[in-house]
Design a protein around this ligand. Structure first.
Ligand SMILES: Nc1ncnc2c1ncn2[C@@H]1O[C@H](COP(=O)(O)OP(=O)(O)OP(=O)(O)O)[C@@H](O)[C@H]1O
Ligand SMILES: [Mg+2]
Length: 283
């Protein structure tokens, strides 16, 4: 096919030889099948910033590292330079996450590079060599649903051990190749240690999996793997391949309300003292 304008820079650089066909046009990107020498690969072309406001919400980008504080200030202020920086940080976030996860042994497409807003990565294929279907598009038996669910929980643990929460995990962002589920679509990936919403996001990701697979294997609806995984992570006990039960113990001990109220009162007094001292300094 005729080379789309956004892929021309990669052709000029010799990174891509041919664009074979368009695979998909999603909310945030258009995906093409391309040829690089003898290899068939996948090129994801990000759409313009205003078409993907959702994932740029602070809840996702909090704690994301930028190169220096000048860039951080410009990004906060939304200057033209700041917006350009934001755009670049966004575009490299997915390739960074893919590298980190691929190196940790997570089943994600192998990334190659990100150039001018185009991510070049491995094309995930089915047994016949065609682009792999999404989890949502395949027929499941209860057994297969249980197996894929278990495999994906293991992948979520492996991801978190590498410090990453997907943030948008669902049957639409998982492909199925001959060996099972492969996780894709990571521009919104969250830095587990730096983002205060990471726990909530992780639980939501895992809940999405349970809800989807419970359509075929209903007993999965009552599992609580997300809470269990996050609890182990916070306790520093999360390990790849660890045994999980899907159950979390609920703490039935009565809350010590008196102690909480005393703590609050102590903080209030401290604040009063601080304000008084400030006022005295002014006079
Ligand atoms: N590495 C890959 N190999 C094979 N197919 C892929 C690959 N990456 C993406 N796709 C296909 O392109 C589609 C869109 O990719 P992706 O989810 O990364 O982008 P998106 O813009 O977020 O799309 P959506 O809005 O549909 O979630 C996927 O559902 C999948 O079918
Ligand atoms: Mg997607």
């Amino acid at each position: 096919m005729k080379t789309p304008k956004r892929i021309l820079p990669l052709v000029e650089e010799g990174l891509v030889d041919d664009v074979l066909r368009q695979l998909m046009s999603g909310k945030e990107a258009t995906v093409y099948v391309v040829r690089c020498g003898d290899d068939v690969r996948c090129a994801k072309v990000y759409k313009e910033a205003n078409q993907r406001a959702f994932h740029q919400a602070v809840s996702y980008t909090e704690g994301r590292k930028v190169k220096n504080s000048r860039q951080a200030r410009a990004m906060e202020k939304g200057t033209r330079y700041g917006r350009k920086m934001q755009e670049e940080t966004w575009q490299t976030a997915e390739v960074d996450a893919l590298y980190r996860l691929a190196n940790a042994g997570v089943r994600v497409p192998q990334p190659y590079l990100c150039h001018e807003g185009v991510l070049l990565m491995e094309l995930v294929t089915d047994a016949d060599g065609n682009a792999a279907p999404r989890l949502n598009d395949i027929e499941l038996t209860p057994d297969l649903a249980r197996r894929y669910h278990a495999m994906l929980i293991e992948q979520v643990v492996l991801m978190l051990c590498a410090g990453v929460v997907h943030g948008d995990l669902s049957e639409y962002n998982i492909l199925v190749d001959a060996n099972g589920p492969v996780i894709i679509d990571l521009p919104q990936a969250i830095d587990a240690a730096a983002n205060n919403n990471a726990g909530v996001m992780l639980e939501r990701d895992v809940e999405n999996l349970a809800t989807f697979f419970a359509q075929t294997a209903p007993e999965l609806a009552d599992t609580q793997y997300g809470k269990e995984i996050w609890k182990a992570y916070e306790a520093g006990e999360l390990r790849p391949g660890m045994t999980l039960t899907g159950k979390v113990e609920v703490d039935h001990r009565p809350a010590d309300v008196g102690a909480v109220l005393r703590d609050i009162e102590a903080v209030r007094r401290e604040e009063e003292d601080r304000l008084r001292a400030l006022q005295e300094m002014r006079h």
